[in-house]
Design a protein around this ligand. Structure first.
Ligand code: OSB
Ligand code: MG
Length: 363
């Protein structure tokens, strides 16, 4: 058997810049990994942002860890769980681990001729879809929300940051007093901002996503006792163990799972299970992925364990042209996972090569 692992570092302009409390992205720059073995082609996509601002990982730490350590652990095509065991001695670097773990999920699902949404467990056969709207002027955000509601999105999430939150929320609730609305602060607040956080609490939100520090659980538990809006954790949940601890101390009631943040699908499914066993709710987030990364997210978002709409908007929201020839379409706020084997995407290799700024072989 000869297997090969090829990487492509691509840069795709976003249709419009995406702003969060930690910065603005104008391009999606990430790595695609392509595993070829036994006549099967598997693909995965890294989820880091350009800089280490969402988490400490960035594109180049991911590439370094994959090249120096993880590629060798993939060569003999282990099952994802076996790969995770091997990778355990590397501290952290979950996004790097996820690229290889998910690549192995795709490979083995294709060997078994199974679509990914069935390979990961019991499937609903569809994913409920919400939208994540980047920060803009309140007027522009209201316009984006109108367009999103027309398209059928089931939940609206808006990015906020300190001092902009009240004008944004007031503008939205003036026009849409009842829509299912949430905010994502991407860690911009501390407990010293309790007065503001209590004001946010009055806007009848489905949840408040990651208001406090990126690795905090304890202060979230304190906040949660002081407000009635449920807290949704994103950045803070990096493993099943962290999810267990979050529920143990009451740090939140909802978890946004991004497979990349938690080293892949095995841990994602475990976190979903822990969340539901604790009476919590769970949904699948996004990191502005192309059709390749999105196909993983939609597959896992279709699991029966996932009970809230996720950030799995179809890619036309972000890109003029996708890296896959069969991008998702949404109807009535629902996206159906691909039915082909594995992630079921038809990768446009020609276009991927065209938008790549670097590529090569790891084995
Ligand atoms: O916190 O959910 C987040 C994008 C980049 C970094 C962090 C986040 C996001 C999103 C994007 O909200 C959601 C999407 O991919 O559509
Ligand atoms: Mg978030």
């Amino acid at each position: 058997m000869t297997a090969s692992l090829t990487y492509y570092k691509f840069s795709l302009p976003l249709k419009t810049p995406f702003t969060t409390s930690f910065g603005t992205d104008t391009n999606r720059v990430a790595y695609i990994f392509h595993l070829n073995a036994n006549g099967i082609d598997a693909f995965s996509e890294s989820v880091a942002n350009v800089g280490p601002f969402y988490s400490y990982e960035d594109n180049e730490t991911i590439f370094h860890i994959v090249k120096q350590y993880l590629a060798d652990m993939v060569r003999d095509l282990p099952q994802p769980e076996e790969f995770l065991r091997r990778a355990e001695r590397i501290r952290g670097h979950n996004m790097a681990k996820a690229t290889m773990e998910m690549l192995l999920w795709d490979y083995h699902a294709k060997v078994a001729q199974k679509p990914m949404h069935l390979a990961v467990g019991k499937s609903k056969g569809y994913a409920d879809v919400g939208i994540s709207i980047g920060m803009e002027t309140p007027e522009k955000m209201v316009n984006s929300i109108s367009a999103a509601l027309e398209k059928g999105y089931k939940r609206i999430k808006v990015k906020i940051e300190k001092s902009k939150e009240l004008s944004i929320l007031t503008a939205i609730r003036d026009v849409y007093p009842e829509i299912p609305l949430s905010v994502d602060a991407n860690t911009d607040y501390t407990l010293k901002d309790m007065e503001t956080l209590k004001k946010i609490d009055r806007f009848n939100l489905v949840y408040m996503e990651q208001p406090l520090d990126h690795d905090d659980l304890v202060d979230h538990a304190t906040l949660s006792k002081n407000i009635s809006t449920p807290i949704c954790l994103d950045e803070s949940i990096t493993s099943p163990d962290r999810a267990r601890k979050a529920f143990e101390i009451g740090a939140g009631e909802i978890i946004n799972i991004k497979p990349g943040r938690v080293a892949g699908f095995t841990n994602s499914m475990e976190i979903a299970k822990i969340t539901r066993e604790n009476g919590g709710h769970v949904w699948i987030g996004g990191m502005l992925e192309t059709g390749i990364g999105r196909a993983y997210n939609v597959a896992i978002a279709s699991s029966v364990l996932i009970d809230y709409p996720g950030d799995t908007s179809p890619n036309e929201k972000y890109f003029e042209r996708d890296l896959v020839r069969n991008p998702f379409t949404m109807s009535n706020g629902i996206i159906k996972p691909n039915q082909g084997p594995g992630i079921g995407v038809d990768v446009d290799l020609e276009y991927l090569k065209k938008v790549s700024v670097d590529s090569g072989k790891l084995f």
